[in-house]
Design a protein around this ligand. Structure first.
Ligand code: NAP
Length: 483
């Protein structure tokens, strides 16, 4: 316990402790050490936060888009000034290597500058009427108070991807960050505070009582929109329950991305791409390839390069020089790797690299899993269906295009997919048939603040970023005018 209760609830412009003084420890996943404490907010504090957001709404919505954009631009500048300290904190709290944390802070700040500009482009239309004495005009207005729930794997950018467009649209917000990464959320809220976001416009409840906070959000008729990033199970439950008060909902959920390498592609380039994207954030990314399909004619060449690249990855604490893979977030995540690999091995997969829990010299953390390549993976293996969310590349050979499209689409998920080919016709034909929200063609990073991010099927509803991103926070009002 800390000497004084942690004050990480941010309500109506003030930092507060939980009403009962409750708090929870935050850990460095590479050592297990306690690095700080966060307030354990509950229902009453969540209701206070919603009330503060509701009270602040009229004034914030009444500011001009240029005033809102100026504050977002200031937040963007402050976030970049603090890039290094935010990155160090992210590496400590979440575990990803420092270089990846720096990239994430830049990506997070991009949403602030992008939506500062989009604020100025919120506009309606005129619509002709069939009646000569009538005119139609639309205006677009903020939906009201929004509730945002974010995950631990991208603990800064998932916040700005939601609060950036909410601020731009004129909405006020209550945020609940993941319990593993509340300190990053506090640091982001301090950026907004220092940029001049008025009291009540953004509020935050850190908590380990997620269902209590979630219930307060769901039950409130003041909360007009719920935006969630996290697991498919929780996202579906929240979406169903949001129907009771007819809230707008956008959810970014799990994925099971196929990565398809056609026979005309360069197997070395494709394998380098796969090694990069699969092991980003130790595989803890919703767009991480979960099934790698390689044409049989280049299968061995692909595996040779992939194996070399993965064997060269260095596991350790994210702030150590040369470390490219950090720890997994917790014991449950590591146990899942053990189960998926054992299942695949028992059903005939070959383990070319890794395949075991490891310890790292000098570190007490128990959640390190060696970067792994599995070859000859088949449909009956758990890894072919269940999201891995860890450092395991599962590779399967294929023989023809129809077969691989069928395999790729044979999943409940529909977030990201990847296609490697040098044939433009193949690229377009296959991309059109893949039932996913995002497709990288010879590209391992189809993401940007300027591009719409999101999935279909059990991967989610709605889009974040791009010019669509702000629509999730706006209602259209029609005005019919008799003249
Ligand atoms: P999770 O368990 O669903 O948690 C995500 C957030 O939801 C956390 O803030 C969590 O709070 C909260 N939560 C959990 N149960 C809740 C409830 N009953 N009511 C209200 N809030 C609740 O997901 P995770 O395991 O942390 O995150 C990994 C998942 O997120 C993966 O499936 C991944 O694919 C997905 N993801 C998707 C995207 C995307 O954009 N599509 C991006 C990143 C991650 P606590 O932390 O307090 O439990």
């Amino acid at each position: 316990m800390a000497d004084e209760a942690a004050q990480t609830l941010y309500i109506d412009g003030k930092w507060r402790a939980a009403d009962d003084g409750g708090e929870f420890p935050v850990h460095d996943p590479s050592t297990g050490d306690v690095i700080g404490y966060a307030s354990n907010g509950g229902r009453a504090e969540s209701e206070d936060a919603i009330a503060a957001a509701a009270a602040a709404f009229e004034e914030w919505a009444g500011k001009t888009p240029y005033q809102r954009a100026a504050i977002l631009s200031e937040a963007h500048a402050i976030m970049l000034e603090r890039r290094e300290e935010l990155a160090q904190l992210m590496t400590l709290e979440q575990g990803k290597p420092l270089k990846a944390s720096r990239n994430e802070v830049t990506y997070a700040s991009d949403f602030l500058s992008w939506f500062a500009e989009e604020a100025k482009r919120i506009s309606g239309v005129t619509i002709p009427s069939a009646r000569a004495d009538q005119r139609f005009v639309t205006m677009r207005q903020p939906v009201g108070v929004i509730a945002a729930i974010t995950p631990w794997n991208y603990p800064i950018s998932m916040i700005t991807r939601k609060l950036g467009p909410a601020l731009a649209a004129g909405c006020t917000s209550v945020l609940k960050p993941a319990n593993q990464t509340p300190l990053c959320a506090v640091a982001v809220l301090r950026v907004f505070e220092d940029a001049g976001v008025p009291p009540g416009v953004i509020n935050m409840i850190t908590s380990k009582r997620s269902s209590e906070v979630g219930d307060a959000f769901l039950d409130s008729s003041d909360v007009r929109k719920l935006t969630f990033t996290g697991s498919t199970g929780v996202g579906k439950m929240l979406t169903a329950r949001a129907g009771a008060t007819l809230k707008r909902v956008s959810v970014e959920l799990g994925g099971h991305a196929p990565f398809i390498v056609f026979p005309d592609a360069d197997p070395v380039r494709a394998a380098k791409g796969a090694a990069l994207v699969k092991f980003l954030n130790a595989g803890q990314a919703c767009i991480s390839p979960n099934r790698i399909y390689v044409h049989r004619s280049i299968y061995d060449a692909f595996l040779t390069t992939l194996q070399e690249r993965v064997a060269a990855l260095r596991i350790g604490k994210g702030d150590q020089d040369g470390v490219t893979i950090g720890p997994l977030i917790d014991d449950a995540a590591t146990a899942k790797m053990v189960e998926q690999v054992e299942d695949a091995r028992s059903k005939g997969a070959r383990v070319l690299v890794g395949g075991e829990r490891v310890t790292v010299d000098g570190l007490t953390g128990k959640n390190f899993y060696s970067p792994t390549v599995l070859a000859d993976v088949t449909r009956d293996m758990v890894i072919s269906h269940e999201e891995t969310f860890g450092p395991i590349a599962a590779v399967t050979p294929f023989d023809d295009e129809d077969e691989v499209i069928r395999l790729a689409n044979d999943t409940e998920y529909g977030l990201a997919a990847y296609v490697y080919t040098n044939d433009l016709s193949t690229a377009i034909r296959v991309t059109e048939k893949l039932r996913f929200g995002m497709v990288g063609v010879n590209d391992i990073n189809p993401t940007s603040a300027a591009a719409p991010f999101g999935g279909i099927k059990s991967s989610g509803l709605g889009r974040e970023g791009g010019y669509e991103g702000i629509n999730e926070y706006l209602d259209t009002k029609l005005i019919g005018i008799a003249i």
